[in-house]
Design a protein around this ligand. Structure first.
Ligand code: PHE
Length: 339
């Protein structure tokens, strides 16, 4: 029996040496020391030994067990260390490698100008509201004092989507939606895309952007309109900018004006940006027509207001000296990267 124990010890130690993985080590432990292991099998035969031999063999068996356990434990430690070394080697960073640069996104120039514009009007107490791009005839025309047979419909070539549905030709539809929802005092702007069946050229696009403004309260006059829009022009173009109010016509405002600013490029002498006139037209405006107020349930005897519609694309092309409006819509990275 002593020989058997010796043989098992030798065998186990040799086997331990060739173990490569943690799993193999565990298996080996079970094979020799487990409940059905070889050492256990021998110990079960102890009963056949004499009373003198039993403690001697018992002690020897314990030593064999201890030696095998130690050998396996040491092997396991080596395996674990190797695994860690391998992992470290595999994950090592080569800090001399050139870095990967991430392309940085940036705001579209239209958004940069719009953000400025929103800042300016918010600081004057305006809320920003949103409106649908698909509108009904009622909000886009009829409630704005443009009945079905009104010649003013010819001012804007409309994309119709059906009998009553259309792509809004102006953000002015937001005036009606706001006045039907809110009670005065009202002070809002509504930026958004508008659509007109225009031929495409350097200054026209079938989709472009407006920012509508509306103020309704007791005692609002043309002075409020002038002061607000002058302030706006000075903040956008600089305090030395001249602002000109020209009489104009819109069915939903009375009186109506168009507003020009002195060309920031040439200071009014005339250049390519202002097409030689020295002035750049940036918006239409006027006092809200009494018909429009009453249509929205606001008493024109008690309240008055002014509205304006700013051409965002024009503001952007003149600020950045962009010669062709189409560049704003083509999303050519080489163009957009310049802002
Ligand atoms: N909606 C007009 C246009 O598109 C602009 C405008 C808005 C005029 C508000 C007056 C008041 O031309």
């Amino acid at each position: 029996m002593k020989e058997k124990l010796q043989a098992i010890l030798q065998e186990a130690l040799t086997a331990t040496q060739s173990v490569q993985t943690q799993q193999e080590a565990e298996e080996l432990k079970v094979r020799y020391l487990g409940k059905k292991g070889e050492l256990t099998a021998i110990l079960k035969q102890m009963g056949s030994l004499s009373a003198e031999e039993r403690p001697v063999v018992g002690q020897m068996a314990n030593e064999v067990r201890a030696q095998i356990e130690t050998a396996v434990r040491e092997k396991l430690e080596i395996i674990k260390e190797k695994a860690i070394e391998q992992k470290l080697a595999a994950e090592a960073l080569d800090i001399t490698m050139p870095g990967k640069s991430n392309k940085q996104g940036r705001l579209h120039p239209l958004n940069t100008v719009l953000d400025d514009l929103i800042d300016i009007f918010q600081s004057m107490g305006f809320d920003v509201v949103d409106g649908p791009e698909v509108e009904t005839d009622y909000y886009n025309f009829e409630a704005l004092n443009v009945p079905a047979d009104h010649p003013a419909r010819d001012m804007q070539d409309t994309f119709y989507l059906g009998e009553n549905l259309l792509l809004r030709t102006q953000t002015s539809a937001a005036q009606i939606r706001t006045m039907k929802k809110r009670k005065p005092p009202i002070r809002i702007i509504c930026p958004g895309r508008v659509f007109r069946a225009d031929e495409v050229d350097a200054t026209h696009s079938p989709v472009f952007h407006q920012v509508e403004g509306l103020v309704v309260d007791k005692g609002i006059t043309m002075c409020d309109l002038k002061g607000t829009l002058e302030q706006f022009a000075h903040e956008i173009y600089g305090p030395e900018t001249k602002v000109k109010f020209r009489p104009s016509f819109f069915p939903f405002t009375e009186p109506s004006v168009e507003v020009d600013v002195s060309c920031s490029e040439c200071g009014g002498k005339g250049c390519r940006v202002c097409k030689g006139s020295g002035w750049i037209e940036i918006l239409g405006a006027g006092m809200v027509h009494p018909h429009v107020l009453s249509e929205c349930g606001i008493d024109p005897e008690e309240y008055s207001g002014f509205a304006f519609g700013i051409g965002l694309d024009r503001l952007t092309t003149t600020r950045y000296k962009i010669s062709d409006i189409r560049l704003l819509f083509e999303n050519d990275i080489r163009f957009l990267e310049q802002f």
